[in-house]
Design a binder for this molecule. Sequence first.
Ligand SMILES: [Zn+2]
Length: 404
Amino acid sequence: MARPRTTNPRDLRKSNRATALTAVYFDGPMSRQGIADAAGVSPATVSNLVTELLEQGAIVESGAQESAGGRPRALLRMNPDYGFVVGVDVGETAVLVEIFDLEMKVRASHSATPESPGLDAAETVEQILDGLDRVIAESGVDPALILGVGVGVPGLVEHGSDAAVYAQTLGWDGVPIGALLRKGTDLPLVIDNGATAFGQAEKWFGAGRGAEDAVIVLLGTGTGVSIFTDGEPYRGASSSAGEWGHTTVVVDGRLCRCGASGCLEAYVGGRAIVDRYDQLRRRPPASTGGDLVDRMTGIAHAGPADRSATKVMSETATYLGAGIADLINLFNPERIVVGGWVAQLLGAELLAAARDVASRHALRMPFRDVAIVAAELGRDAVALGAATLPMSRFLASGAEHPPR
Ligand SMILES: [Zn+2]
């Protein structure tokens, strides 16, 4: 995380607290000396700020570490019960709400299946608010200790006070999701794109850890990427960067759900794959969300006797590989992480085939330097990533604003 430059003593104190807390969050348990090294401040400064954070209860002592020739050093870690964060994954197959403690352990989880095919905005808002009530009740967490609720949505988010969502594939044209949610909760909200939330989860805790230049691919019903350059997310002028699913792979190709033709998503998105399979089998197209995951599972486990499944898998790998080659040529990443429910179901075989295709389309030098790997986090990675949105704010504040 970038460290703000500052000379004002109050800002400096906040910045030191933020750096110390961030170090403990990512690399704890750790000693005072370890925090001093990470924060680049004197042992006396660390001693003061650790005392403050301990008194406040944001961190706790957790065992001790032997030190050469001296007294054992106390280790410090986050106090998991100091506060809680909620993550929401608004997906087309499910709306998942999870509450996490400060060590990112899930305390309660609730999933609802959308009833209407595609997402109805009013139904989605209701399912989020209902999920929120349920996880708070089930976990027994005092709502006053909730630092914030992160919501990962499909589509572009205009970061005003209403958090208007533009999801062209769903017919959401500026749905004020923030304003709608605030009618049902007064908890602080952070709303962002689901692929961005997923990217942050893989970057913080999964296969993207330690990579400064990385592209994290989310392959779900829709598809998108989150791009990290020099360790920081690349957002673009209006935060809409990463709409890789709507880059053109076939001029005048298949009609995409966004209204354009030949988009990558129309070839590698979850719905596109199942529709193509049905077309090969001459069956009517798939209908609702939950059904889509079952259908994809069927295709993944079909085996070589099902020639339609073999063909659709091979086509998917071809377009995915070409799309990955474009990412390599455009961004020269050191790592590309591929995840999302479609990637998870289609597995290592799809990734190996796509990697092979990418090697034939990408320029040799950047291809040589990139590792293309599977995501490491499970099915709730978008919800976890959404929970990191309020977590980021908490860390950056140096826990100066304790839970209400
Ligand atoms: Zn499109």
